[in-house]
Design a protein around this ligand. Sequence first.
Ligand code: PXG
Length: 442
Amino acid sequence: MSNRLKVAPNDLSAFWMPFTANRQFKKAPRMMVAAKDMHYTASDGRKVLDGTAGLWCVNAGHCRPLITEAIQSQAGEMDYAPAFQMGHPLVFEFANRLIDIAPKGLEHVMFTNSGSEGVETALKTALAYHRAKGNGSRFRLIGRERGYHGVNFGGISVGGIVPNRKMFGTLLTGVDHMPHTHNLAKNAFTKGEPEHGAELADELERIVTLHDASTIAAVIVEPVAGSTGVLIPPKGYLKRLREICTKHGILLIFDEVITGFGRLGTPFAADYFDVQPDIMVTAKGITNGVIPMGGVFVTKEIHDTFMTGPEHLIEFFHGYTYSGNPIGCAAGLGTLDTYRDEGLLTRGAELASYWEEALHSLKGEPHVIDIRNIGLIGAIELQPLAGEPTKRAFSAFVKAFERGALIRTTGDIIALSPPLIITKGQINELIDHVREVLRMVD
Ligand code: PXG
């Protein structure tokens, strides 16, 4: 470790960091060098409580033995096997284990290497499905304002985060967006699902009327929007979206990249809201964030639609060199074993009310204009500094890190999503860190 602790700032120029203020970071780097369970170790030796499960992915906590051992042993046994026209046992075992816990109706899974690739896979599957059914006129894809579906062209096209889109030309054509559901005037400080806003699902009817259902392939939403600052669906909203999609023959895609694998206290958000999507995108928690991987789940109806024609022909011209690679599958199986042995896919339900009370105890602290929560997700929205949006929350993030807690900010919203192994004592500790930094920042 001693070597790793001595990273000098003038060594930092080669790496162009993702979604980072590079110049600011490189002047005052924040480095992690080790991790175990609920904590990181920073490069100055301090322990940092992980309030964000890395980036919403380390659901079982860090460096868990079953996952580490599975990767180590697979790396020595078989490192890679070709993914096209060849197989290896682990990928089939992993797929079966995933389908065992998947929401009802989702019976097949394709593998990717990230959430962004999962989104592209889902959108392409939707288009190809309709075409295979003889409905090639269904080419439109509908997303939502403030949606985040990764950073590839399909994902940013259906996504609704302006800085992620505006630099990149015309994007996909034939895309439309529903309005987001965030409404502070009506729903501020709601615990759990907000009362107001289910009627916003009817905006999909308006879009259908505008374009005609016969042109629309799919609607994609995050059941709970994460990256944009934790937007929790109003009561009844997702069920209404499902009804409208079904009525018009439109596929409903749930992007469960952050909600999948126990984040809401159920295995998936589809279970929590009792709404069945046609396609479900997952990543992050699928391997506890340890090996890059994603899984795209589809119904039997979608899968079987492709399984026609001569058997020697490839049914779907899509896939990646590393789809279901052995070490990723080993990590995934170790992850599922850990979730199962420790009951982590439902542990959030036991902690949710404690988490909710702890979070909402921040009401009345400086700058706080909203607090929202669901499962083991929390958000604290701050009044932006006049003329300097994002600065206040970012300064809270830096101060929290210095004090020993990792939080995440987006805009002027603090988002919290700890590993599902967090204890009540650690919830108190995390919230106390946030309380202290709110009292410290300008
Ligand atoms: N869909 C959703 C809903 C996501 O949250 C992606 C797709 C893309 O996944 P990949 O694996 O390609 O990054 C995501 C990713 C944050 C944060 O702090 C969220 C994500 C990534 C990084 C940071 O909110 N979500």
